[in-house]
Design a protein around this ligand. Structure first.
Ligand SMILES: CC[C@H](C(=O)O)C(=O)SCCNC(=O)CCNC(=O)[C@H](O)C(C)(C)COP(=O)(O)OP(=O)(O)OC[C@H]1O[C@@H](n2cnc3c(N)ncnc32)[C@H](O)[C@@H]1OP(=O)(O)O
Ligand SMILES: [Co+2]
Length: 134
């Protein structure tokens, strides 16, 4: 079911400062910010030879990462995104195995314009998993 790691996501309190640190201190290539109101986040991607790091800042009052940032005010690792070839088949297999798919269970379009789903962190060893269909 799982393909490549598409990205590792880090929640940050200030995405401009975090982008600057990755660009200037770590010498990385960082995309311009994308606001994703339907996901309640602003994101940038740190481009790496073998994967990406997604830096996330809460956007709006109902951001799904607000509670995470409140618990981790300096920021922290938030989720891992695996690529899948068929997100609906993956979802159905996961649901049949008892895993919880977050939201209404229907994929939404993510930052890359591809369908994504999230699996509850409590079902996968305290790690929030995102699946992205490629
Ligand atoms: C799709 C656009 C973009 C992309 O890549 O394309 C993105 O990745 S957007 C990313 C932001 N969107 C999401 O994360 C959507 C899925 N997330 C959620 O629905 C929530 O964050 C949820 C349900 C995972 C947690 O929400 P919240 O923290 O408000 O709920 P709880 O406080 O009830 O948390 C329950 C329980 O889970 C623990 N928790 C929360 N977040 C994480 C995490 N990232 N990793 C590990 N564990 C997490 C939290 O501490 C609670 O544990 P407990 O022991 O009960 O305290
Ligand atoms: Co993500």
């Amino acid at each position: 079911m799982l393909g490549r790691i598409n990205h590792i996501a880090i929640v940050v309190p200030d995405i401009a400062a975090a982008s600057k640190a990755y660009r200037e201190t770590l010498g990385a290539t960082v995309s311009q910010p994308q606001t994703l109101p339907e996901h309640g986040v602003t994101v940038v991607f740190v481009e790496l030879p073998n994967t990406k790091v997604e830096l996330l800042e809460p956007l709006g009052e109902a951001s799904p990462i607000a509670a995470f940032l409140a618990k981790n005010p300096d920021g922290g690792m938030h989720h891992i995104c695996y690529e899948v070839a068929d997100i609906l088949a993956a979802r159905d297999k996961l649901v049949a195995s008892g895993a919880r798919v977050l939201g209404n269970g229907e994929p939404k379009i993510g930052a890359h314009g591809k369908p994504v789903l999230f699996l509850h962190p409590k079902d996968f060893f305290g790690t929030l998993i995102e699946l992205e269909q490629v």
